[in-house]
Design a protein around this ligand. Sequence first.
Ligand SMILES: Cc1ncc(COP(=O)(O)O)c(C=O)c1O
Length: 399
Amino acid sequence: MNFSKYRKDFPVLDKVVYLDNAATSLKPRQVIEAMDYYYKECPVNIHRGVYRLSQEASAVYEECHERLARFFNCSPREVILTGNSTDALNMLMYMLYNSNYFKKGDEILTTVYEHHSNLVPWQFLCQKLGLKLKFVEITRDYNFDLDDFKKKVTPRTKLVTFAHISNTIATIAPVKEIVDFLKGRGILVCVDGSQSAPHKKIDFKKLRVDFFVCTAHKMLGPTGVGVLVARGKLLENLSPVRFGGDMIAHVSLEKATWNDLPSKFEAGTPNISGAFGTIAAIDYLERLGMDSIAYNDKKLLEYALDKLNLEGVTIYNPKNPKMQGSIVLFDMEGINSRELSTLLGDYSNIATRAGMHCAEPIISRFNKEGLVRASFYFYNTKHDIDLLAKALKEIHKKF
Ligand SMILES: Cc1ncc(COP(=O)(O)O)c(C=O)c1O
């Protein structure tokens, strides 16, 4: 499929070579128009009014759950709308905390390369409850170390939580092998799909995990919308974490009962315009087809890994397009990553990201001053990568 014809839907591409897609994707015109429609045509609250406009907005908000459920192959009751991935992971942490799931001495297993949002909430919980936080290592070629993982699972392990695709080294976690190994041990599994959901088909049932988290703004959608997909049976028994309007069934002065799923976990006025935008984003992704996006990503990445294999540039990824997400993480000898990223922006109008990428433990292993990340999406072209390679060669000559 020729994806370059879709570039016209992202007018900002005329102004910049955008290679910061792992931070956030661009938003197509259709998403902006859908949100505009909400604010212009039915800017009212949901679930509270019996008048037509409120019913229209409420129906769209419900449709957002249904569309996400179809997109991820789960039930709409299993889709909780949150503020972003960070919010979803924090909510999950508090859901487990409020439900007394952990006991002192229990263990949580994650990896050494998590985004801070899948690390810091668990650090907090471990300190609060006296739990042990353990970390799966990477292999020498930046892959998930399955042997190390197997060694670190013990009878005290109660939760395994890891990025589907790392936002830095781009490692793809072997979810099938992980879930097969954990089968029958009664351990909860959470997958942070912030970097996978934009790039590949996610089938929640096939993944066979308990929780899946992602964030709409990385998948063409608006900021302020995240998703926590969770097995319905678990959600029925887990405690809510936010209390107030919409999440209740009945309230007396002394106590309250909870609403049905997923409202039990969605207190207060939600991001209604975000729901309009998210539906438009899902429409767009479905029109392109997630398998076509994944195929195109691999081709672009293959090209990038070849073109960016340059003198003076070190790449910190598996370097096998089949084993990694659409990210190239690198530095250049003799120049600090922030300066390098600034030069790419100032002289070649190329947007990359520099620094710790919200994953300081893994980045600081490789370079205490941070690394540069170029990340791709379907609207990028080989020409974008050629421009990056050319700019890097010129900068290397100068430094
Ligand atoms: C792997 C991963 N997890 C979580 C997040 C957090 O996403 P958000 O900032 O939308 O909460 C990111 C964002 O970069 C990410 O890449």
